[in-house]
Design a protein around this ligand. Structure first.
Ligand code: SF4
Ligand code: SF4
Length: 281
C-alpha cells in the first residue's frame, strides 16, 4: 500500500511543511550527512512544530513550560521512519532538529514556511516564533512520498519594528550594544552567578529561558490575540507548567525531571535560579 507523507504528517497534527533540495540549503554540518549516508542530492522536508499552549507561563519561558521536545522528536521520527522505511525500502529517512546538518531556519524560510525575524527566529504567520523547526532528510524522490519539491523562495524579513531589540534585557540584539550574553543562556549556565548575572535574572524574573523578544513581537501579539498560536500537537498541551517553584522541582522523581526541557543541565542550575527568585520575593 502506498504511504504518503502528507497523510502521515496529518496523523501527527503537523500541517506546515515543505520539501527543498539540499542543493538549496545551507549545509552547516556535512559530517552529519556523511554519517547517515546522505549526499547533496537528498531532499530536506522541513516541518514547523508549534508548541505554544496558548497560556503565557509566569516565571519560565514557553518552551520550558511544556514537555521536553527531545522526547517528542524521538517518538515522531521513530513513527515516521518505521513506516516510510517499510513502504520504501532502499531509501534513507533521517530526522533532525537542533543538531542538524542544515541551517534549519533559513531552509524553512526558503520553503516559504515563515519569515525570519530580527531576533533570528523563524516566524510563522499563525504560530509566530513559538515553533520548532525540524527536518526529515531523505534520498527518496519527493514525488514518491506525495510531495513536490519547492523552488527556493527569497527569504522574507519581518517588519523591522525594533520592538525586540528595544525590549531585550541583555541588549545583545542592539547594534553597538555591550553584547552581553542572551538571558536565555544566562539562566542555563552552570555554577554560581556573578552579581551582575544574579541582578539580571532577578530583573527578568524567569527561572528558565527568556521570551522577551518573542512576546513583544507584533506577530506574537496578533497570534495570541486571535488564539491561533495554540499548538494542535497534543504532546505540547499535556502536562504543562505555568509556574515553577523550588518545592515542585525538588519533588520530581528522576523520570519526571528528565522529561522537562530544563533537565539537560541537571538540577543545580534550575534550583539555583529558583532559590534566587524565591529569596528576593
Ligand atoms: S531571549 Fe531575551 S536576552 Fe535573548 S535576545 Fe531575546 S530578549 Fe534578548
Ligand atoms: S519585534 Fe519587530 S523587529 Fe523584532 S522580530 Fe518582531 S517584527 Fe521583527
Amino acid at each position: 500500500m502506498d504511504v504518503r507523507l502528507p497523510e502521515l504528517l496529518a496523523e501527527e497534527h503537523i500541517d506546515t511543511y515543505g520539501a527543498l533540495s539540499l542543493r538549496h540549503c545551507r549545509i552547516l554540518k556535512p559530517y552529519l550527512l556523511e554519517k547517515n549516508g546522505l549526499t547533496a542530492d537528498a531532499t530536506a522536508i522541513f516541518m514547523i512544530l508549534p508548541y505554544h499552549g496558548g497560556v503565557t507561563p509566569e516565571n519560565l519561558s514557553v518552551y520550558a513550560s511544556v514537555r521536553d521536545y527531545h522526547g517528542y522528536f524521538e517518538g515522531l521520527y521513530r513513527r515516521l521512519t518505521e513506516r516510510l522505511s517499510a513502504a520504501y525500502p532502499g531509501y534513507r529517512f533521517c530526522g533532525f532538529t537542533d543538531h542538524s546538518p542544515v541551517d534549519e531556519v533559513n531552509g524553512a524560510a526558503r520553503c516559504g514556511l515563515g519569515l525570519i525575524g530580527d531576533n533570528g527566529l523563524l516566524i510563522h504567520p499563525r504560530y509566530a516564533s513559538f515553533v520548532y523547526v525540524a527536518e526529515l532528510i531523505t534520498d527518496a524522490p519527493p514525488a514518491l512520498l506525495g510531495l513536490s519539491a519547492a523552488e527556493p523562495r527569497p527569504v522574507q524579513a519581518c517588519l523591522h519594528c525594533g520592538a525586540c531589540a528595544k525590549a531585550c534585557p541583555s541588549d545583545c540584539m542592539r547594534e553597538g550594544g555591550s553584547k552581553r550574553e542572551c538571558m536565555s543562556a544566562v539562566t542555563q549556565k552552570k555554577g554560581e552567578f556573578t552579581p551582575e548575572e544574579a541582578a539580571a535574572v532577578l530583573a527578568l524574573g524567569s527561572a528558565w529561558g527568556c521570551d522577551v523578544c518573542q512576546n513583544v513581537c507584533p506577530y506574537t501579539k496578533k497570534a495570541m490575540a486571535t488564539g491561533a498560536i495554540r499548538t494542535p500537537i497534543p504532546y505540547f498541551l499535556e502536562d504543562t507548567i505555568s509556574r515553577l517553584t523550588k518545592d515542585y522541582v525538588e519533588s520530581l522523581t528522576d523520570g519526571e525531571f528528565n522529561a522537562r526541557p530544563f533537565a539537560w543541565r541537571g538540577k543545580a542550575p534550575i534550583l539555583r535560579n529558583l532559590e534566587l527568585l524565591e529569596r528576593e520575593k
